[in-house]
Ligand binder design. Sequence first.
Ligand code: NDP
Length: 290
Amino acid sequence: MTFKVINGKKMADDLVEEVRLEVQQMCEAGHAAPGLAVVLVGDDPASGVYVRNKIRRAEQAGIRSIEKRMSADCNQEELDAVVEALNQDDDVHGILVQLPLPKHLSEERIIRLISPQKDVDGFHPVNVGLLGTGQADLVPCTPLGCLEMLQRELGDLSGKHAVIVGRSNIVGKPMANLLLQANCTITVVHSRTPNASEISRMADIVVAAVGVPKLVGDAWIKPGAVVIDVGINAIELDGKRKLVGDVDYDKVAPMCQAITPVPGGVGPMTIACLMKNTLVAAKRLMNISH
Ligand code: NDP
C-alpha cells in the first residue's frame, strides 16, 4: 500500500502564517500585537531548546514574546510572584511556564495560579473543565495539533473510530475529548488495558502518546488507518542518539493511509498551536470576536 507521510513542519508553517495574517489584521485595526510570556526555570538544555523554538515561532507569527528566566534554585514564592505579575500585565495575553519544573517547585500550584484566560497551555482546571463540556477555546497544544493534522488530512472526522493509546492529562485525555467533539467514536487504551493492540487494530485513526519507543507495531494497526505518533523518545542506535516515536514507523507506515514521522510530525504542530492559542487568548482579552 502507498502511504502518505503527513508533513507536520509544512502544516505548522501554514498554521503560523494563518496566525500571522490575523495578527497583522488586528494590528492594522489599531490593536496591540498579542504578547506571549514564557517562563523558564533553571538551565535544562531540552527545556532551553523548546523555549527558543517557541520564541522563534512567536516572532514569525508577529507575536511579542517576553522571556522570564529564573535560576534553578528560585523558591516557590519567587516563581509565584512572577506569574502573578504576568497575570496583572495587560500587555501579556498568554503565559507559559515551561515544564518540567525543578523538583522543589509545585507544577500543580503554578498551573492553577496562571489566569485561565491567559492559560495558553490549556492545563488550568477551568480550561480542562470547559474542554470536557465542549466549551473551551484554550486547549492543550499537542492534542490540538493532532486534531488540526487529522482535519487538514481527512476533512470531516465524523463517524471515524479513533483509538488513543495513553491517558495522560496533557495528551491522551484532552485528545479523547477533542475527537469526541469532532464526532469520532473514541476508545482510550492504557497500561492496564488487556489486549490494547487488538482494540487499536479496529481503529480508523490511532493516536499514540505513550512514551515507549516503537510500542505500537504492525499488530496494532488496521490496514488503511491514519496514525498520529506523538511520542518523542531519545534512544541509542549504533552508538548514536536518535529520536524515535511510540510507533514502529518502518513496520507500520507501509500499512497506513497516512502517518506522521518523528521528528517532523506532531512536534512542530504543537508549537504552532501555541501561537494559535496566544492569538485566541489575546482576541478574547481585547474583546475582538474570533
Ligand atoms: P505519560 O507518561 O504522562 O503517559 C503515558 C501514557 O501511556 C499513560 O497513560 C500510560 O498508561 C500509557 N502507557 C504506558 N505504557 C503503555 C502500554 N504498554 N500500553 C498502553 N498504554 C501504555 O506521557 P505523555 O502523554 O506526557 O507523553 C507521551 C509521549 O508523547 C512521550 O514520548 C512524550 O515525550 C511525547 N510528547 C510529545 C509532545 C510533542 O510535542 N510532540 C508533547 C507531549 C508529549 P497509565 O496511565 O496506565 O500509566
